[in-house]
Structures are given as structure tokens and as C-alpha cells.
Design a protein. Structure first.
Length: 268
């Protein structure tokens, strides 16, 4: 029995939800199965369906009274699981049924999970629904930290354009430190263009360049930006975007200025 682990009380409802067996799930519900049944680690059938991207099962369970914000032993909600799976359709259904985009967690939020999965559309949806850009996970830091650590550059672009703070720190470690560690030059350049501080030091006193090997493209890129400050034009863009905050794109698009300047301020 020792290798059965925490799945000893996994039910037929969990299995049907996980595998997307819609007819079986419907029959179980009609025969009185309790839709909010949990395993010993508090996983509900709705968690299972969400994590597997089983949209029809999610709809069935919610219609039968499944708790949309149920938490498992790690604190994750079905919306967290849908985002972890990169399932935009499941996420939309959960949100339509009142799922909290900012559940009171000390761990990863739905936005963190979307950044981990690398689904930029899911990241965009969470932001449109009011996800906190600076939500701080005790292990991963902000969603921007997560997206950079996983090298999901499309997600990084969405976050930065939405107003995520490029120099937010986790133990004094910025997103640029993460980009340096994974040696991603495109990511380094993107962060710098949005105002990433190449001189920032983490809790070990190290700058981003200190996490690169001398002579490598990532090292040369950071050395260049350390010795060549951003142009006045670039600095003006960064400062204006910082001043406008999360409303920057909306405000800039309404300004009575040439389209070329709008495009520049919008990083197009």
C-alpha cells in the first residue's frame, strides 16, 4: 500500500473529469455523486478537469454546483490549474462562473501559473480580468520573475506592456538577473528597453552581468548597456510609461500626436 500515496481516495468522478469522459461524468452526477468530493490532498473533480483542460467537464461540474474557488492542499484553485494547463477555454468558463482572479494566496496566483505555462493569451486574459501584476509568490517572486525564469518572452512582453514593474525585486533579484542566468540576450534587451537596471544588485551583491560567463553574447550585451546608457529618447519613453503606469497603452493611444510617436511609446 505504500506506493499508492495520496490517490487512495481518488473517485470515479475524479477519473471521469480528468479523462474528459463527459457522458460518464454526467451519469455519475445524475446518480447523485457529490461534485465537491475531495482527495486527501483536497483535489476536487473540478481541479482535475481544469488541470487537464477538459472544458465540457468543467461546465458540467459547475452546473452541478462545484465550488469554483475550491483550494487544494497547495492552495491552488481550479483557475490556477486551468492557467497551469494553458487552457484559455477552461479559464474563461471558470471566470464566467465567478472564479477569483486574485485568490488570497501566499503561493502562485493564476497569473503566475499562466506565466509558467507560457500561454501569452492566458496571461492577457488574467490581466484584463484585473490580475495583480505585482502579486508576490514566496518562492517565485512576481509573474514577471516567473516569465523570465522560464524564458517565455511573449508573456514578458504582455506583462511589461501592461505596466509590470521591470525592476521589482525578489530577495533583491530582478527579472534582469533571471534573464542573465538563462543567458537569453533577447530577453535582456527587452528588459533593458523597458528600463531594466543593469546595475541592480541582488542579496549576494551581484549584478546581472555577474551571472554570465565572460565573452558570451549575454555578457557582452550587459557590458554594452553598462557602458552605454540609454538615449534621452529611450529614457523619456521609459519615464513616461512609468508615470502613466498600467493605463499607459490606453492613454498613449488617445494622445493627439503623430502615429509614429504613439508606436514608439507603445513599443510597436
Amino acid at each position: 500500500m505504500g506506493d499508492i500515496g495520496f490517490w487512495v481516495d481518488r473517485t470515479a468522478l475524479h477519473e471521469a473529469a480528468s479523462q474528459g469522459h463527459v457522458l460518464q461524468l454526467k451519469e455519475l452526477i445524475e446518480n447523485g455523486a457529490y461534485v465537491n468530493v475531495v482527495t486527501v490532498d483536497s483535489i476536487t473533480p473540478l481541479h482535475e478537469a481544469s488541470l487537464r483542460g477538459q472544458t465540457q467537464c468543467v461546465k458540467l461540474l459547475l452546473a452541478a454546483g462545484a465550488q469554483v474557488d475550491a483550494r487544494n492542499i497547495d492552495g491552488s484553485t481550479p483557475l490556477c490549474d486551468a492557467c497551469a494547463a494553458g487552457s484559455i477555454e477552461c479559464a474563461k468558463v471558470l471566470l464566467e462562473h465567478g472564479a477569483n482572479v486574485n485568490p488570497p494566496l501566499f503561493t502562485a496566483t493564476p497569473l503566475h501559473e499562466a506565466c509558467m505555462s507560457g500561454n501569452a493569451e492566458c496571461v492577457r486574459l488574467m490581466i484584463l480580468q484585473g490580475a495583480r501584476l505585482e502579486a508576490h509568490d514566496c518562492h517565485f517572486g512576481t509573474p514577471l520573475h516567473v516569465a523570465c525564469a522560464r524564458e517565455h518572452i511573449d508573456c514578458v512582453k504582455v506583462l511589461l506592456n501592461a505596466g509590470a514593474k521591470v525592476n521589482a525585486a525578489k530577495l533583491h533579484e530582478t527579472a534582469l538577473h533571471h534573464a542573465a542566468k538563462v543567458k537569453n540576450v533577447d530577453l535582456i534587451e527587452l528588459l533593458v528597453q523597458f528600463g531594466g537596471n543593469v546595475y541592480a544588485r541582488d542579496n549576494q551583491g551581484k549584478k546581472p552581468v555577474d551571472y554570465t560567463r565572460s565573452g558570451t553574447p549575454a555578457s557582452l550585451c550587459l557590458q554594452f548597456y553598462e557602458s552605454t546608457p540609454l538615449s534621452l529618447q529611450q529614457l523619456c519613453r521609459v519615464n513616461l510609461r512609468n508615470f502613466l503606469g498600467i493605463q499607459a497603452l490606453e492613454v498613449v493611444s488617445c494622445l493627439n500626436i503623430p502615429q509614429r510617436i504613439i508606436d514608439f511609446l507603445s513599443y510597436c
